[in-house]
Ligand binder design. Structure first.
Ligand code: NAG
Length: 158
């Protein structure tokens, strides 16, 4: 072996010794991060469903128009007791967001019905977001306790 080769071999040995511990610590250190990441990933791989239900009085028809950035789900006029729903898989990269415009008589509301958000994940019990239109506002069902909670008020005008 000439000098260059000896030096080079020594250099490689030192590299192997110093780099190996770094790799070990970097893969064991963010354990919690990996856990969160996996949870998030499994939520996103699920199929979710958003439901909109008309629970208003006096046979009022509810106009529902829901959209995402990529999809327009169309206008649906729901009679009392009727539900409109759709299912989807959230995007793995980037945000998933659906919002709806709802109206009856001379009142309306526009709001997000699904987004990549722990609050929504919990209320929807990791699968079904149930929005209920009533005379006094729009409610989101807390699936695990089966309680409807008011989330939005109706606004005057169309
Ligand atoms: C829904 O109702 C609105 C307002 O009453 C009406 O203009 C629209 O044509 C209806 N759309 C459908 C799809 O029935």
């Amino acid at each position: 072996m000439n000098n260059f080769c000896k030096n080079f071999a020594f250099f490689i040995l030192i590299q192997a010794i110093t780099i190996t511990p770094l790799i070990v610590s970097s893969s064991s250190d963010p354990d919690q991060g990996h856990h969160v990441d996996n949870t998030r990933r499994s939520l996103l791989f699920k199929t979710w469903r958003v439901h909109v239900v008309n629970y208003m009085s006096n046979r009022k028809t509810l106009l529902v128009h829901c959209k995402s950035k990529d999809d327009d789900l169309g206008i649906h006029n729901l009679s009392v007791g009727v539900e409109f729903s759709w299912k989807f898989r959230p995007r793995i990269f980037g945000e998933t967001l659906f919002w709806c415009y709802m109206a009856y008589d001379n009142l309306h509301a526009t709001f997000e019905v699904f987004r990549d958000d722990p609050y929504i994940f919990a209320k929807c019990d990791y699968g079904d977001c149930v929005w209920i239109a009533r005379d006094n506002g729009i409610f989101l069902k807390d699936i695990s306790s089966n309680q409807d909670e008011i989330r939005y008020d109706w606004v005057q005008g169309q």
